[in-house]
Design a protein around this ligand. Sequence first.
Ligand SMILES: *Cc1c(COP(=O)(O)O)cnc(C)c1O
Length: 360
Amino acid sequence: MTPVYNFSAGPATLPAPVLARAREELQDWHGSGMSVMEMSHRGKEFMSIAQQAETRLRELLGIPADYHVLFLQGGATSQFSMVPMNLLRGRKQADYINTGAWSKKAIAEARRYCSVNVAASSEDSNFTTIPPADSWQLDPAAAYVHYTPNETIGGLEFDWIPETGTLPLVADMSSTILSRPLDVTRFGLLYAGAQKNIGPAGLTVVIVRSDLVGDVLDCTPSMFNYQSHADNGSMLNTPPTFAWYLAGLVFEWIGEQGGLAAMAEVNQRKAGKLYEFIDRSDFYSSPVDPRYRSWMNVPFILADESLDAEFLSQAGDAGLLNLKGHRSVGGMRASIYNAMPEAGISTLTEFMAEFERNRG
Ligand SMILES: *Cc1c(COP(=O)(O)O)cnc(C)c1O
């Protein structure tokens, strides 16, 4: 098998050592004679897998004891509903910051449950920048403030955590969680679909301060109630056991790499190399405000878009996969999460330079 580098935005590439370990353990986990896929989620084997994954995540992120860590299903998209259902707590409005496609989806869903105050938006700039903090019109009567620290499609990422006073801060961290150290205490709740930086699709991680949990809208199904999941150790029903196990292996791998500080160093270097190459070239360009360029998702365009198809086809032949930008924005996008090795970036920039020489 020739090596490939997979730049998919999600489901995304996983660390090779994690896949090797999963393969080793696939049919017989630790002498149990069972695959993790075949185990009862309430048996002692899976209980130990589940607890270890949670412990590792708590260690990596330094999650305080007064936060629940929930291993759920339904993707980040279900959180667009679960957040208002659980966090409105008697209030009728919530603040949302609109920085791109995922913010917009969160806003549209929240409007089913409450009055949404879009406290700031960068739509005017076509979402190429972050609205400055002093322009935000937060509503003191809001139940919480929701934002998207990394817009996966636009490649726009906050380099600061909003200060929201007593209003709980809620973050959709799907494509940036675990990319660097994070002060969890700044947040009331954060959530992430696993398939970008945590593990396979099918698992959603929610980290929520326990005092925010328990007072839900009357219509809330128990599957959408954080309290019922917290009370049942995320085993209100059958959890996504294999995805949970793989997430645990990814957490272990991150620990072995030196934890989140080490991840941040490598991620910053990887993104820096790619942006620097793009900026030096007259053929490729990045539309995003340099200050807010994402470390995880790097959109770029070719000077001549009629070459897009040829670029993608030659990239594919060179083992550089899934570089096509999101259908809503076009162009290219290289998603370079934790599991993308640095060699993937060098191979990509070498290919891009070569393509520019031949076709630029
Ligand atoms: C991928 C993504 C989502 C959607 O996640 P699903 O798990 O498919 O529901 C939401 N928000 C952000 C920021 C994402 O990157």
